[in-house]
Ligand binder design. Structure first.
Ligand SMILES: [Zn+2]
Ligand SMILES: [Zn+2]
Length: 332
């Protein structure tokens, strides 16, 4: 196990960040790949908001280094999942989080790279007498979320019927689905954990949301997929950690087989230079990328406009937001 550095104060780390933007109060994760339910992650300290980047890749193509969009936020004993892209259940298990313990899902928008692993989380998370979910699976998302979830229940009706009514007789409550088509505003407020949805600009994919989570004076905002959004700047102002998407237009064009489509895709997103401007305006204690290439080029492009604390897009990165911000990299 390689220890990259010990946790130090945010201020002391700024100088280090100027040299190596990928390091921010970093410690290597304390375990390798725990079997589900056997070795969990370290407990979330009190008054702390923990963020785990499960998947930081963008777009539908299979990416073995960066799985599909998905971020876990833990606070006040609650586990809230934001998007459920490819590999979410695998990354949760690698992070030591039993998938049956994740029953609340918030969707930024309905592009497949953000929702494609929902069936596995819904169904596999329910299976098991001890570890299986015993409470309904609850989903919040833009218009169309309810229809999609109802269709998903129908698609898997056979499996649900067999395991609930005929064979293993798993919890009937645990395979219930509650889904909500949301509007901008506070959509979840329980025991001091508040989730606010705000509109972002991913047109023509409308509506598309970003989210902000607040807990005991700590906060994180997630951009979802968006081009530069003034509304995001408004809602994210004052946040401790801003997780933003980015695209590398140079790399995208270089890899393109159809420039017209590539330009269309670039126009739906935020370039790293533009994200740097957003970070400079919002001034989070730590800026983080997800749904972005994990590349030096992204960092270099961002640095044209932003000199604050910055972390590249990296699967299984854990960020504890408390008095100080501690970042742990996965040992994998
Ligand atoms: Zn996406
Ligand atoms: Zn999208």
């Amino acid at each position: 196990m390689h220890k990259r550095s010990v946790a130090v104060s945010v201020v002391a780390c700024i100088a280090l960040l100027a040299v190596y933007s990928g390091s921010f109060n970093t410690t290597a994760a304390s375990q390798s790949v725990p079997a589900q339910g056997l070795v969990g992650p370290p407990a979330v300290p009190p008054d702390t908001l923990r963020v785990t980047l499960l998947g930081t890749g963008g777009g539908p193509p299979v990416n073995l280094r960066q799985f599909g969009a998905s971020t876990l936020v833990e606070a006040g004993g609650k586990r809230l999942l934001f998007d459920c892209g490819r590999g979410t259940t695998i990354r949760l298990t690698q992070a030591g989080i039993p998938i049956g313990s994740v029953s609340r899902l918030f969707l930024t928008h309905l592009h497949s790279d953000h929702v494609v692993q929902i069936p596995d989380l819904f169904l596999a998370g329910w299976v098991g007498t001890a570890a299986g979910r015993k409470v309904p699976f609850e989903v919040w998302g833009p218009d169309g979320t309810r229809d999609m979830m109802t269709a998903l229940e129908r698609a898997f009706a056979f499996d649900i019927h067999i395991r609930r009514d005929v064979d293993e007789k798993f919890s009937a409550e645990g395979i219930k689905m509650q889904s909500h088509d949301i509007k901008e505003g506070v959509i979840f407020d329980e025991d001091g954990v508040r989730v606010t949805a705000f509109l972002v600009d991913h047109a023509p994919i409308t509506p598309a949301f970003g989210y902000r989570v607040d807990y005991r004076g700590r906060s994180v905002a997630l951009s979802g997929d968006t081009r530069v959004s003034e509304n995001l700047v408004k809602f994210a102002t004052g946040v401790d950690v801003l997780i933003h998407e980015a695209i590398d237009p140079v790399a995208s064009r270089a890899a393109s087989t159809n420039l017209a489509v590539t330009e269309l895709v670039i126009a739906h997103h935020t370039t790293a230079e533009q994200a740097g401007e957003v970070f400079a305006r919002v001034k989070p204690r730590l800026a983080v990328y997800s749904h972005a290439p994990n590349s030096e080029a992204i960092i270099t492009q961002t640095r044209k406009n932003y000199s604050g604390a910055l972390q590249g897009a990296e699967d299984l990165l854990t960020i504890d937001i408390g008095e100080q911000i501690d970042v742990r990299h996965s040992a994998q």
